[in-house]
Design a protein around this ligand. Sequence first.
Ligand code: FMN
Length: 361
Amino acid sequence: MARMLHYRPSTFNHESPPEPMSEHQTMAPSLALDRRLSVAPMMGCTDRHCRVLLRLLSPHALLYSEMIATGALLHGDTERILAHGIDEPAAFQLGGSNPEDLAACARLIEQAGYREVNLNCGCPSDRVQVGGIGACLMAEPDLVAECYRAMAEAVNLPVTIKCRIGIDDRDDYGFFTGFLTPIHQAGCRVFIVHARKAVLQGLSPRENREIPPLVYDYVRRAMADFPDTTFVLNGGIKTAEEVRCLQPGFHGLMLGRAPYANPWLLAEIEQQCFGTPMPDPELILAAYRDYMTEQIASGTAVKYMAKHLLGYFTGHRGARAFRRYLSSHMFAADAGIEVLDDALAESGVLDHCRAAMAVAR
Ligand SMILES: Cc1cc2nc3c(=O)[nH]c(=O)nc-3n(C[C@H](O)[C@H](O)[C@H](O)COP(=O)(O)O)c2cc1C
């Protein structure tokens, strides 16, 4: 592999975080979270490995897990599902609609060291609808309030709701506030809103992230109507410039696809929001490579970690060759850390990246 510094995440020199903004919630200040910037829960993407990489790039962003259904957490490999390392502060997202199960899961999440429990009321996929999970819960605000209450009573962590602004033809502002009101009355003071409706029949999950129009104004109006509540805006935010423009108008912004496709966007936004100096791509990669090596030694297949690097060199010469090499070799049963080293060597992307950085300096 090209010259690579060994760089331990634990020695990563981040500045201490600024004062978190008010949680608008009755809780000890030590439990309040800075919600100005967060990375969205994304199944198949924001697993514990991804969150390590994102944390190296952004000391301050609040990172969300993928959605895990209560049944999987309670009856599956609980320890493995909850395992996480240097990703803190991290929030864990649950899918479910049974208050007792959600409360039991929330306790496990708290014990595992997560800083927030979030309930998914926004996923439109057929599979989760069958289980009474996700966006279909927007039709049952009283049940969501009951779920909220059960979780909030079970743990000493913020319990938050991630939702859409409506479902199907129920997309007027009154429907949205009709959903928020009982949950707010139950005590919820943090809502994360993917600001487009979900179409429960006829659109795929992917189409449901593209086709229904974004209506940020509903979130603005909700901020005025629920002045003691934190609203985090999500949906369609793609650039640091958009973050700069939107940030003054909302308590927080959550980005999903854009920072996953190009993790350096997160570092750029981190710098813009918190003044954190841009880290060195080579050092971050070295730290993540060390992490991968450790994980491989304890039995994790390389593909689970390497896949999060596919967008790492976005915009640099050699990025496509790096991506092509990695994606065609990381699935081999005997793949080891040399897959990453060879992808770097074959593509020459690190040299191009160094050259580009030297010019930028
Ligand atoms: C691959 C993928 C998986 C997702 N999985 C989840 C999930 O597990 N839970 C959830 O609440 N939203 C999920 N979402 C939706 C995102 O959290 C987010 O609301 C959506 O992508 C809009 O934000 P964006 O435009 O910044 O990507 C997923 C999105 C994608 C692209």
